[in-house]
Design a protein around this ligand. Structure first.
Ligand code: KIV
Ligand code: ZN
Length: 511
């Protein structure tokens, strides 16, 4: 078989998406999930860009021993030194050095001539190779680089020791045939190309990142750089789930090409990344969207019932997507509850299970039918939340069209109850102001959205928010049948994240 290397950059390029900042613990949690998913390389960050990124790369390198851990660096000694230092504990370290090679970048951004760029590229790869064997080099904006110069740079960095050469379509400008031809041209014009893996890194500005990546694979690329849910700078990167399933679903086209990915983990990690970044996945998103496997039209439903293959090209369970079914209710016991969670791929410790069961019983009192999505929300929003410094104890709201909304909030901290009251523009605003009074932390609400988890008037509403406190931005979410309660809990989850002293949000130096 012919292996395709899956290089995940959710924690680096993905985290560059505006507003997607992740703290160190969240990065480690995602890195562990990526390792379980079976990615070959995890790009954990850009250590020189901030102290928070440095610490996060260091922690990921310590925590994950399966996948290679990669750190980004410009073609500058201090960047490479920082990357080496952060990767010290990695079992399989990789340094990813990049330097722009297109005329527009060289002339306006770097103000350097071709000869200077070539020299810096070679020197940086040689310098990095002294510390780490596994060096990847990216000629940034490769797809807009003069081909002859691109070939020369690639040949020189391979000669200098680069084991992987990455061809970024940095601004998402390429078109699939053109990009595939570029990969084929590299294979035909770079004399030592057999000594390195050709990698691709496509951005989605024209919605072509996945198509371009697949076209590159057809032309000889054997590493794809991608992110979970396709998050990333501007319109994002090629989505991991789409490239992996694209190759797997069409063995007739991608003959004998296989990845290491355990596709059954895909939906789980998609939800985790969505939860931690606060980026809601669109219902129509390929592979992981809520509607990706739902058939609405009668003709389609009829076809699927007669023969699944009529309208389904992927088995939902192959990507860990479980059809909503009526699963549990008020009278379901612990055993059925545990079994259902396990069939959803959720293995909890005894303590977590107890906590989840308590929430489940509380929810079953308010809501007759408990669906899989409700169970997932209980586990993800209530059980797996970061340290609960503050907890919602009680909430009384008075609101109406002709009265000023008011909220009385009781929060619990280490068994002590704190109370506050406030009015506001609406019940959520009043509630948030009362919480601010108690915690003394004033969060600026940057984003607020609400989605119903399942169908039905008694469905739980899941609130996703993003707040800013001083220069720090965090995302959080929570669900409840009462949307004001869900709003309050999401806000408290965000405040709890802020209260944990993490330093991930200092301004970063991008390139
Ligand atoms: O898009 C890009 O060019 C990058 C490089 C750092 C590889 O992200
Ligand atoms: Zn990129």
């Amino acid at each position: 078989m012919d292996k395709i290397i899956i290089f995940d950059t959710t924690l680096r390029d993905g985290e560059q998406a505006p507003g997607a900042s992740l703290n160190k613990d969240e990065k480690v949690e995602i890195a562990r999930a990526l390792d379980r998913l079976g990615v070959d390389v995890i790009e954990a960050g850009f250590p020189v860009s901030s102290a928070g990124d440095f610490e996060a790369v260091k922690s990921v390198a310590q925590a994950v021993k399966g996948a290679s851990i990669c750190a980004l660096a410009r073609a500058i000694k201090k960047d490479i030194d920082a990357a080496c230092e952060a990767l010290k504990k990695a079992k399989h370290p990789r340094i990813h050095i990049f330097l722009a090679t297109s005329k527009i970048h060289m002339q306006y951004k770097l103000k350097k001539a071709e000869s200077e760029i070539l020299r810096l590229a070679v020197e940086s790869v040689k310098y990095g190779s002294k510390f780490v064997e596994d060096i990847e080099f990216s000629p940034e904006d490769a797809s807009r680089t003069e081909p002859e110069f691109l070939f020369r740079v690639i040949e020189a960095v391979i000669e200098a020791g680069a084991k992987t050469v990455n061809i970024p379509d940095t601004v998402g400008y390429s078109e699939p045939e053109e990009y595939g031809n570029l990969i084929a041209a590299i294979k035909n014009n770079v004399s030592n190309i057999d000594k390195a893996i050709i990698s691709v890194h496509c951005h989605n500005d024209l919605g072509l990142a996945v198509a371009n990546s697949l076209s590159a694979v057809k032309n000889g690329a054997r590493q794809i750089e991608c992110t979970i849910n396709g998050i990333g700078e501007r319109a994002g990167n090629a989505s991991l789930e789409e490239v992996v399933m694209g190759i797997r679903t069409r063995p007739d086209i991608f003959k004998d090409i296989v990845s290491n990915i355990d596709t059954r983990e895909i939906c789980k990690i998609s939800r985790l990344v969505s939860k931690l970044t606060g980026f809601v996945v669109a219902p129509n998103k390929a592979i992981v969207g809520g509607n990706a496997f739902r058939h609405e039209a009668g003709i389609h439903q009829d076809g699927v019932l007669k023969k699944r293959l009529t309208y389904e090209i992927i088995k939902p369970e192959d990507v860990g997507f479980y059809e909503t079914g009526l699963v549990l209710g008020k009278h379901s016991g612990r055993h059925a509850f545990k079994q259902r969670l396990e069939s959803l791929g959720l293995k909890l410790t005894g303590k977590q299970l107890e906590k989840a069961f308590k929430y489940f019983k509380g929810l079953a009192d308010k809501k007759k039918h408990i669906f899989d999505e409700d169970l997932l929300a209980i586990v993800e929003d209530e059980v797996m939340v970061t340290a609960q410094i503050w907890q919602l104890d009680d909430l009384v709201i008075s609101s109406g069209i002709k009265i000023k909304p008011k909220a009385q909030v009781c929060l619990k901290r280490r068994d002590k109850i704190f109370k506050a009251e406030s009015s506001g523009d609406g019940p959520v605003d009043a509630c948030y102001k009362a919480i601010d009074k108690i915690t003394g932390i004033k969060g600026k609400l940057l984003d607020y959205s609400i989605q119903s988890i399942t169908a039905g008037k008694d469905a739980q509403g899941e609130v996703s928010i993003k707040i800013k406190v001083k220069d720090r931005v965090v995302s959080a979410r929570a669900a409840s049948t009462d949307i004001i309660e869900a709003s309050a809990k999401a806000y408290i989850n965000a405040i709890n994240k802020i209260s944990l002293k993490t330093r991930h949000n200092e301004p970063k130096v991008y390139f």
